[in-house]
Write a protein that binds this ligand. Structure first.
Ligand SMILES: CC(=O)CC(=O)SCCNC(=O)CCNC(=O)[C@H](O)C(C)(C)COP(=O)(O)OP(=O)(O)OC[C@H]1O[C@@H](n2cnc3c(N)ncnc32)[C@H](O)[C@@H]1OP(=O)(O)O
Ligand SMILES: NC(=O)C1=CN([C@@H]2O[C@H](COP(=O)(O)OP(=O)(O)OC[C@H]3O[C@@H](n4cnc5c(N)ncnc54)[C@H](OP(=O)(O)O)[C@@H]3O)[C@@H](O)[C@H]2O)C=CC1
Length: 266
């Protein structure tokens, strides 16, 4: 098991920025962004070559198999031979991502939950060839971040999203088929099952594009029509209603809310 001293985080969106914060607070030197004591551990770059000295590189870019494979193939060329390449993917096969590299035994899924600094879980996903040494190094690093680990085999959606995202998709079907309003669906699930957010509110928080990508992976990967994405979810993504990060999803937020209010007054 390797002692991780430096980490590269690729993707500075919702997940990447939170993961970089965790590593910096754990005293590991990080290439990316954050605050006070942790700030001295953080460096920002837009040049992949700067990651060549990292012990572990954590990818948190867009949920697209093609884009991730292209990046992993480039990382394989840039990273030092001993480096571990981890993906924060929500659902894409680690085995297939690893196949884009010459080091599949050093490729692993390190799936943080959103928001990474707050949520206690990290789901570790072993691809077909992931070695025990890679697993132990990543497990120990996640524990150093203060996280609790669960371990999943490499099947679509792993553990959490295999169960969570179909629930969110079903909430969209419930809205789409007129069973109830968005507010009643969310309040029903929040108060009825003691969850901090209703499923539609949570979809906006995760990002509707991410939810749809995961549903598609489940649908194709498991080949069962019960995983078909709800047409309303597809339509919202087509319309650019991606959730909180865009100011509009199932609900509207911030400036978008003000714009909608003012246009409805015209
Ligand atoms: C899609 C995937 O692949 C997998 C996934 O991630 S699935 C999604 C998993 N995540 C969830 O299910 C989140 C469900 N929601 C929640 O747990 C809570 O609503 C929440 C933690 C997000 C916010 O909690 P809240 O009590 O409603 O709001 P709030 O009072 O603002 O925040 C609580 C604390 O979290 C902190 N916090 C909230 N968002 C944060 C963020 N993005 N980064 C860091 N800290 C954050 C706040 O600062 C606050 O800290 P203090 O208690 O120290 O003040
Ligand atoms: N949202 C969530 O709740 C969770 C998401 N994940 C996973 O984490 C990963 C990132 O998700 P999240 O942070 O939500 O997404 P965001 O949309 O917030 O961020 C995506 C990041 O990827 C970058 N990016 C977009 N397209 C490309 C590309 N073609 N090549 C390289 N980088 C690109 C973006 O850069 P720019 O801004 O410059 O476009 C941005 O930094 C995904 O795999 C997702 O499934 C895992 C757990 C939870």
């Amino acid at each position: 098991m390797a002692d991780v001293k430096s980490v590269g985080v690729i993707g500075g969106g919702q997940m990447g920025s939170g993961i970089a914060q965790l590593a910096a607070v754990a005293g590991i030197s990080v290439w990316l962004e954050v605050a006070t004591n942790a700030l001295k551990n953080l460096k920002c770059t837009s040049n992949l070559e700067d990651l060549q000295s990292a012990d572990v590189i954590i990818e948190a870019i867009v949920e697209s198999e093609d884009v991730k494979k292209k990046l992993f193939s480039e990382l394989d060329r840039i990273a030092k031979p001993s480096a571990i390449l981890a993906s924060n993917t929500s659902s894409i096969s680690i085995t297939r991502i690893a196949s884009a590299t010459s080091r599949p035994c050093q490729v692993i899924g390190m799936h943080f939950m959103n928001p990474p600094p707050i949520m206690k879980l990290v789901e570790i996903v072993r691809g077909a060839d992931t070695s025990n040494e890679t697993f132990m190094t990543v497990k120990t690093m996640a524990e150093r971040f203060g996280k609790i680990i669960v371990c999943s085999q490499d099947y679509p959606g792993f553990i959490v999203n295999r169960i969570l995202i179909p629930m969110i998709n079903e909430a969209f079907f419930t809205l789409y088929t007129g069973v109830a309003t968005r507010e009643d669906i969310d309040t029903g699930m929040k108060l009825g099952t003691n969850q901090p957010m209703g499923p539609l509110e949570l979809a906006d928080f995760i990002g509707l594009d991410v939810c749809l990508s995961i549903m598609k992976v489940l649908h194709v990967g498991l080949g069962d029509s019960k995983y078909r994405p709800c047409p309303l979810l597809v339509q919202y993504v087509d319309a650019g209603r991606l959730g909180r990060k865009r100011g509009i999803g199932v609900y509207t937020y911030g400036k978008q809310q003000e714009l909608i209010k003012s246009s409805s007054r015209l």
